[in-house]
Design a protein. Structure first.
Ligand code: ATP
Ligand code: MG
Length: 464
């Protein structure tokens, strides 16, 4: 792992925290104070229409100051690039805490739900609708607190006490309220619906439907009350199901308000006193074990992901291609500089530093569950990874920014792209997987499949 000196006294970590619509999100760390911030980089050369969207996002984000909302610190504009500085969430995205098909312990889901509603009610009190509430946009800080992030689709629905209906069909399909497809719609109930989907997903590890439209079988069953024996509903206890029914009420006028949700018996139930911060570090297995006694419903359901056959990439399959990939990874990692030269004197970029980040400080900074150590060396690890990807029929290539980029489709045939980075951490090889585009939950399912394939080479992951 390497760092690049950014503006004075700030180092930029080579590792990418996430990918946004207009570029990457990187971690910056202050050399002296060790303060960490996230930096969203917008590439104006590549995305010509980014400006107006980014301006709107920043205008809205700047107005917000709440413990459950990622803080906006500032921006820096250059002709071709722009940097937005944000509070850093070390715990990654909420979906990382959701075990596919299982979910998470009820007490943990309740804590996250309370924090989500607290943040959302503040947002609504400012007259702002988020419009893209989903586990990928809910980040977790180092203390295990949930923070609403990504105001790219947010909009003002109330101004000087006067509310307006919204007309833009936007958001992420599985989380959309049904009225958003029909338009116009009221802002607050639409955001609350998305919280309802997050709620079901946290408790069951499943999305109930791919979109809330007339053509969708699962959604129509829900609408006509023909759903009870089916998942995800059959995995919920009675109290949780009652809450889900009242949040996911197709009639937006009968849908619960935030205060009503907060007063629902499930939200007021005492699931135990464990702090979420204790769980964020742990593996999902440990986490589930610790919370086991408090889980309301333990029903498990295994849904097989159909094997997807896509056209084979030209680079995979042969041994030669793996050797090329190794070379390519090596070179890009060594020479990669992630920022262009800044123009201002007081923002001078210092020279490139070679100082490696140790295992310890890396893990303290970036906590994720989609990674593991392997016992093999760099070349062998890459080879095993690539043959696992081939066996699973995923399309991959190793030519992109020092990572193996994987492209496939999810259960609902939606595109899914993720990256696997191979890091040499003080001689121990770490495979770190990161979602680029698509559904977080589906990404996690694929991660588990790859992990199963590589079972034989997985090493000691106790310090992850
Ligand atoms: P998209 O439209 O794909 O959601 P976006 O341009 O709106 O992308 P964000 O959602 O803000 O971008 O960021 C992309 C990803 O980067 C997040 O899902 C998250 O993994 C990571 N990320 C963003 N902000 C932070 C932060 N403050 N701390 C840690 N990670 C972050
Ligand atoms: Mg996002």
């Amino acid at each position: 792992m390497q760092t690049t000196a950014f503006v004075e006294d700030w180092l930029c970590y080579d590792t990418t925290l996430g990918e946004g619509a207009y570029g990457e999100v990187k971690l910056l760390i202050h050399k002296k104070t060790e303060e960490k911030i996230a930096c969203k980089i917008i590439n104006h050369r590549k995305y010509k229409n980014a400006s107006s969207n980014i301006n709107r996002e920043v205008t809205i984000h700047k107005m917000l100051d709440h413990e459950n909302i990622i803080k906006y610190y500032g921006r820096r504009q250059e002709p071709l690039k722009e940097y937005i500085f944000l509070e850093y969430a070390a715990g990654g995205e909420l979906f990382q805490q959701i075990e596919p098909d299982t979910g998470m312990p009820s007490g943990m889901a309740q804590t996250f739900m309370k924090q989500l509603l607290f943040g959302l009610s503040y947002l609504h009190s400012k007259g702002i609708a988020h419009r893209d509430i989903k586990p990928e946009n809910l980040l977790i800080d180092s203390d295990g607190n949930l923070k609403i992030s990504d105001f790219g689709l947010a909009t003002l629905f109330r101004f000087k006490g006067k509310e307006r209906l919204l007309d833009k069909k936007c958001g992420t399909k599985p989380y959309l309220a049904p009225e958003v497809l029909l338009r116009p719609y009221r802002a607050q109930p639409a955001d609350i619906w998305s919280c309802g989907i997050v709620f079901v997903t946290m408790l069951t590890g499943e999305l109930p439907w791919s979109e809330p439209g007339e053509k969708n079988k699962e959604f129509m069953k829900w609408k006509t009350d023909m759903y009870l024996s089916e998942t995800p509903w059959s995995k919920l206890g009675n109290t949780a199901l009652s809450l889900a029914r009242q949040i996911l009420n197709v009639d937006d006028k009968k849908r619960l308000t935030i205060t009503q949700i907060e007063n629902h018996p499930w939200m007021r139930f005492n699931f135990g006193s464990d702090k979420v911060s204790d769980q964020v570090d742990g593996t999902s297995e440990n986490l589930a074990k610790r919370w086991n006694s408090m889980v309301e419903s333990e029903t498990r359901h295994n849904r097989e992901t159909p094997t997807v056959t896509l056209s084979q990439p030209t680079i995979s399959n042969t041994r030669l291609s793996i050797m090329q990939a190794v070379d390519c990874l090596r070179n890009t990692t060594k020479n990669q500089l992630c920022f262009s030269q800044p123009t201002h004197n007081d923002d001078l970029m210092l020279q490139f530093t070679e100082s490696p980040v140790t295992r310890d400080n890396f893990h303290n900074m970036v906590k994720r569950m989609t990674r593991f150590y392997v016992k093999t060396n760099f070349e062998k690890s890459l080879e095993s990874l690539c043959s696992a990807l081939d066996s699973l029929h995923y399309t991959w290539n190793a030519a992109f920014k020092g990572a193996v980029s994987v492209t496939t489709v999810d259960e609902h045939k939606n595109p899914l792209t993720f990256k696997a980075n191979i890091y040499d951490m003080d001689g121990k090889i770490l495979l770190d997987f990161r979602l680029s585009k698509g559904c977080g939950l589906e990404f996690k399912k694929k991660f588990l499949k790859i992990k199963k394939y590589l079972e034989d080479i997985i090493g000691d992951c106790s310090d992850l």
